[in-house]
Design a protein around this ligand. Structure first.
Ligand code: SF4
Length: 880
């Protein structure tokens, strides 16, 4: 079969993929879909979002499509049941709960991983048939402040920019976005714009991330001071005479007193003091912005995930409206989304705060949607947003909860409370493709959902581009698409006629018709042209963008057609607390996605960061007696967890950073979700993940070590145990107190065991072989000395087993070159190899390193890291 064109599973960049399924395991194959699944993934050169490029996550998608860890059959209370029985149980329980306690006693918590068709039927069932708006989504955690900000300013949640604007901009401002790691293909497009057009790049972020490596200017502002910075910018633009008075007069409604209120504290010196940035740098940014009409301000989680996220969004939009930099090529505010289909969820109305098809809960909208759906029980007001939803589950007011394709026990703030809520909730249903997640351990009913490679439907990316996601493989086991599961439950609840869909195209057509129904140009979101699409045309659909060039005519989606300047308030910035003196920021790693249920399956992606690290400024670390690689406890009033220390000059003093990915399944530590406060933005309900008061302290375990093994048990009895995939097995880092014998018992299987026990120093080295091949090894030390992991990992996958002496030494008799941590996962190039090449060959550009070592020449995700190494070692290169 030929290549199947589909869309990447991960971020909101929405890259197109060509997938060549090997062997007989493609969608045309008969059978259950079990067995080996081979697929070669390349970027789709014809997809406008990526033009053939893929980042490291997309490139290695093929390593994550196997059936390992999949949920393959419906289960009730842990026992396999038929689909009929599972559907019947869910329908009855929901119906009974609604009958006894009313429609608001039930809720759905869904996900930006769902396809638009899945999202549409879930929203329709809850808001039109159950009669509640208690359907919220994990997109609440990543971009709901942008939704609220767009709606306040434009009258509709419309992203006014496209990636082409990045190609055409003369200045690109990145605010609260580690684009190089979180949206790598967008970052590469920005780099191309710099190379081709000389576009300037300014990064506004408390942390000096790899995104800053190529920036003309980095403003490491104090967390939460973005409103002050943008108000200062707006005041500067007005003073410099670059506000567009004609545009403001014709197309923007300005509240009375707006400009007068702006003036207070918006002078350069006060703003620099509030933001804690050098006044000269701030001035340089303001001047550059003022003189560059073609400016795109791209923002992401650093703006949205704040307890004043909506004001932060509007502060950015205010500047663009006031300078007329919107609706023109290369000029726009640009919210970039985290998840692959957060935008599709926004389109169908899959947030508790929106109704459907970009309509809110105004009475005429409720009547319109009720008519369209012929709905018996319409929700008439917004439902519970994510944090409030789980609080009400905990308080017993929500009694039946259906979670689809997400892992709130890890991802929501104050995750300990979420677990209590799930534990006490009388009825929890989880639809997921993964058998064992931190969340579905609480499920009464588990429903096996189709995985990425089996799903069929549409997704919308950050720039309003709708693309098809196409199935590559047959459904695994008894897994079913989410739309199928939801509609079967709706049918069993008595609404068969309203949920009679045979295929995703049926749902898509209805979704398109609703967007156009009595729209009459009121809303930009209008898929009229898709309303009668044939099944064949749906199959063959090419990526297309809805909305054209929004606001190019100066008309917005408000009753008077004008946009709104929105008064915004700088939040009161907290001073460090005596008991919690540091501020925690959280975010993503380059090569992992969310809770690692898929990316964690890839040995290559696991190489980039092998453990959950807390990044801390070296001077803060020194004051706390913390050295690189120490184990560190990070604690807040909500919870605590262990991390490995990473000293980083990129951190501001007094601030630390941890990744969001690690769960109970992979680690006893690294549980960032336990730490943030459940405080939310009052308008969007988005949690403020970016600034939590914390305390950290060094932990001195009696011993530490690591094991490699073909298989591992679920539980490893150590205070700290964190695992990742390696070729042919696992690597687990451990540390703890007392006798490590229990760890040895857990990780070393039966077999031919060789071992050295150093009783005097409490060390242990052991290896287990089966039929002459290494299957596990464990190294424990009390003095800190451990062998390099790399050689031992290679032995796990090697047919030529090393000698017993070599295995117990943890190194070959003939010393090998230490490559250092892997930087380029595509070509397996280590840091030390790159540094040596820079020094010995005088390499002073990323392209030169690529030519010498291939590093950075495939997906390009490591290019910023290579650039950083060049900057750090350029002195050595100059003398080469
Ligand atoms: S940037 Fe990477 S993760 Fe995001 S859609 Fe593209 S390939 Fe996938």
């Amino acid at each position: 079969m030929g290549a199947i064109r589909t869309t990447c599973a991960y971020c909101g960049v929405g890259c197109g993929i060509r997938a060549e399924v090997s062997g007989g395991n493609g969608i045309e194959a008969a059978g259950s879909g079990d067995g080996d699944r081979g697929v070669a993934i390349t970027g789709d050169p014809d997809h406008p979002a990526n033009r053939g490029r893929l980042c490291s996550k997309g490139t290695h998608l093929g390593e994550t499509v196997g059936l390992e860890g999949r949920l393959l059959y419906p289960e009730i209370n842990g026992k396999r049941v038929s689909w009929d029985k599972a559907i019947d149980r869910v329908a009855r329980k929901f119906a009974d709960t609604i009958e006894r306690h009313g429609p608001n006693s039930v809720a759905f918590y869904v996900s930006g991983q769902l396809l638009t068709e899945d999202y549409y039927v879930a929203n329709k069932l809850m808001k039109g048939f159950i009669g509640s708006a208690n359907i919220d989504t994990n997109s609440r955690l990543c971009m709901s402040s942008a939704v609220a900000g767009h709606t306040r300013a434009f009258g509709e949640d419309v992203v006014p920019a496209t990636y082409e604007d990045l190609d055409q901009a003369d200045l690109i401002v990145l605010v609260g976005s580690n684009t190089a790691w979180c949206h790598p293909i967008v970052y590469q497009r920005i780099m191309a714009a710099r190379a081709e057009r000389g576009a300037k790049l300014v990064v506004i972020d408390p942390r000096k991330t790899e995104t800053c490596e190529e920036a003309d200017l980095h403003l490491p502002l104090r967390p939460g001071s973005d409103v002050a910075l943008m108000k200062g910018l707006l005041a500067h633009c007005r003073e410099a005479g670059v506000t567009d008075e004609a545009f403001l007069a014709q197309h923007v409604a300005t509240p009375e007193g707006f400009w007068e209120a702006l003036g207070e504290g918006a002078d350069l010196w006060s703003t620099a003091a509030t933001c804690d940035v050098p006044p000269a740098d701030l001035r340089a940014f303001y001047d550059l912005f003022a003189k560059t009409p073609r400016t795109v301000t791209l923002f992401s989680q650093g703006i949205n995930q704040s307890i004043r996220g909506t004001d932060q969004v509007n502060a950015i939009i205010n500047v663009h409206l006031a300078t007329g930099r919107i609706g023109k090529p290369g000029a726009a505010p640009f919210s970039i989304t985290g998840q692959p289909n957060a935008m599709g969820g926004r389109e169908v109305g899959g947030l508790a705060s929106t109704l459907a098809a970009h309509m809110d809960f105004a009475a005429e909208n409720v009547a319109t949607v009720k008519r369209f759906w012929a709905a018996p029980h319409m929700a008439t007001q917004p439902g519970l947003k994510a944090v409030d939803l789980f609080r009400q589950v905990r308080e017993g007011r929500v009694k039946a909860l259906w979670i689809m394709a997400t892992n709130p026990a890890v991802s929501l703030p104050d995750a300990g409370l979420v677990r209590e809520a799930l534990d006490t909730c009388p009825f929890v249903v989880v639809s997921d493709c993964i058998a064992d997640t931190d969340t579905n351990r609480f499920a009464d009913v588990k429903l096996p959902a189709a995985g990425w490679g089996e799903k069929d439907g549409t997704v919308t990316n950050s720039e309003r581009l709708i693309s098809r996601q196409r199935a590559l493989f047959p459904l695994a086991g008894e897994a079913r698409p989410d739309w199928w599961i939801i509609t079967r439950v709706a049918q069993a609840m008595g609404w068969a006629g309203h949920f009679a869909y045979d295929r995703p195209a049926d749902i898509y057509r209805e979704h398109a018709r609703l967007s156009a129904y009595q729209n009459d140009g009121k809303r930009v979101f209008d898929l009229k042209s898709q309303a009668a699409i044939s099944n064949a045309d749906y199959e063959a659909m090419e990526p297309f963008r809805w909305g054209g060039a929004p606001f190019a005519d100066g008309r917005f989606s408000t009753p008077d057609g004008k946009a709104r300047l929105v008064p915004v308030t700088q939040m009161v910035l907290e001073n460090p607390l005596a008991k919690w003196p540091l501020t925690l920021n959280t975010g993503r790693y380059r090569d992992q996605w969310h809770t690692m249920t898929r990316t964690g399956l890839s040995p290559r992606l696991s190489q980039h960061r092998r453990e959950p690290m807390v990044e801390i400024h070296p001077e803060d670390a020194a004051e706390l007696g913390i050295a690189a690689d120490d184990l560190v406890r990070v604690a807040t009033p909500q919870g605590e967890s262990l991390f490995r220390a990473l000293l980083s000059e990129g951190q501001r003093r007094g601030e630390v950073f941890t990744p969001i990915h690690w769960t109970d399944r992979q680690s006893t530590g690294g549980r960032t979700g336990l730490l943030p406060r459940p405080l939310v933005d009052p308008i969007s309900g988005q949690p403020g993940f970016k600034s939590t008061p914390v305390r950290i302290e060094k932990v001195i375990p009696e011993w530490r070590g690591f094991a490699i093994a073909r298989t591992l048990p679920d539980v490893i009895p150590a205070a700290y145990a964190t695992r990742i995939r390696v070729p042919q097995g696992w690597l687990v880092e451990v540390a703890g107190e007392g006798d490590p014998a229990s760890v040895a018992k857990a990780v070393l299987p039966r077999g031919e065991k060789i071992e050295i026990v150093d009783s005097a120093r409490g060390g242990l080295r052991a290896a287990v072989l089966a039929e002459g091949q290494l299957i596990a090894a464990l190294f424990i030390t009390r003095d800190g000395r451990l062998p390099s992991r790399e050689w031992l990992i290679a032995q796990l996958a090697s047919a030529d087993t090393a000698s017993s002496i070599e295995l117990l030494a943890g190194r070959p008799a003939t010393p090998q070159v230490d490559r250092g941590p892997i930087v380029c996962v595509c070509f397996d190039v280590g840091m030390k190899t790159i540094v040596e090449a820079i020094a010995t060959q005088g390499l002073i550009s990323v392209d030169a390193v690529g030519a010498a070592l291939s590093a950075g020449t495939n997906c390009g995700s490591c290019r910023p890291a290579i650039q950083r190494l060049i900057v750090e070692h350029k002195e050595e290169a100059v003398h080469a």
